[in-house]
Design a protein around this ligand. Structure first.
Ligand code: SAM
Length: 295
């Protein structure tokens, strides 16, 4: 087997060979610890029948571990300067496809259809560019893609918000937007020393597994997320006050909100952070006829 790309010595050799300089604006913090990479890939439960989608291969540190564990790897990279590097470093692997694209603009569904027709399951495994963590996750969750789950590195503070449970200070509209689709847990926290260059923030790897059935069935998903965002707009305010400021205006607004809350057993003086996703679902459905789209 080849010496890992992610050893500090080999990484430096590759960077020197290509005269590569990191772009902070693209969130370029490369992993230089093969043990962390083995751990990340271990959490994804890949088999030789699996597909792996990666966002941002960098110089291929994680990509090669995925290539060893999975049947097929498709990796989206925005930085054109990395294409010749990857062609070189990943040349021992014939099951990797690099797509030169901004993941946020890519037609991921089409790429999956073209490149992953013969895999049994698909996981997204990535050391994400931190400046776009949430948009990337929301795009891949919303787009109705055949993805079993995610094992992704991100800023620890965002990982804590995504995986937070009701009643904690990290719990908010992001926790609900993600946990509506997947079960979410922190798989491990990661020290700064395993990156080159070292980021300013702490990092964590989270594991998201898609629900077979959504935990709630709502009339309109977008409206559920509108209600949750409004409910957390000012964390010190009650849910009643937040909804009064956040929902579209209308006749007898306050009364309608109080009724929707009370009919579902939710005290109007509670704060958003104490409501479970099921309570938000019931509340959104009760409010939808009055404040939903076009009302
Ligand atoms: N996977 C490598 C590793 O772990 O060493 C690199 C990870 S680095 C944190 C993030 C990578 O994402 C960089 O290679 C960067 O160029 C790429 N990137 C940044 N924004 C992107 C975007 N919108 N679409 C695709 N790739 C992106």
């Amino acid at each position: 087997m080849n010496k890992d790309i992610a050893t500090p010595i080999r990484t430096k050799e590759i960077l020197n060979k290509y005269g590569f300089s990191f772009k902070k604006s693209l969130g370029q913090n490369f992993l230089i610890d093969p043990n962390i990479l083995r751990n990340i890939v271990g959490h994804a439960d890949l088999t030789k029948s699996s597909g792996a989608i990666e966002v941002g291969p960098g110089i291929g540190a994680l990509t090669e571990h995925l290539a060893r564990a999975a049947k097929k790897v498709v990796s989206f990279e925005i930085d054109q300067r990395l294409l010749p590097v990857l062609e070189d470093t990943l040349s021992p692997y014939d099951n990797v496809k690099i797509v030169h694209s901004d993941i946020l603009k890519a037609d991921v569904k089409k790429v999956i259809e073209e490149e992953m027709a013969d895999v049994q399951d698909i996981m997204v495994v990535a050391n994400l560019p931190y400046y776009v963590t949430t948009p990337i996750l929301m795009k891949l969750l919303n787009d109705q893609l055949p993805i079993r789950g995610f094992v992704v590195m991100m800023q620890k503070e965002v990982a804590d918000r995504i995986t937070a449970k009701p009643g904690t200070k990290e719990y908010g509209s992001l926790s609900i937007a993600i946990q509506y689709y997947v079960t979410a847990e922190v798989a491990m926290t990661v020290p700064k020393t395993v990156f080159m260059p070292q980021p300013n923030v702490d990092s964590a790897v989270i594991r998201l597994i898609r629900h077979e059935q959504p935990p709630i069935n709502v009339i309109n998903e977008d409206f559920l997320f509108e209600v949750t965002r409004a409910s957390f707009a000012q964390r010190r305010k009650t849910i009643l006050n937040n909804l009064q400021s956040g929902l579209p205006s209308g006749k007898e607004k306050k009364q309608l909100i109080i009724e929707a809350l009370e009919n579902n057993g939710i005290e109007p003086t509670r704060r958003g952070e104490t409501l479970s996703i099921e309570e938000f679902g019931k509340l959104a459905d009760a409010l939808y006829p009055h404040f939903g789209n076009g009302q």
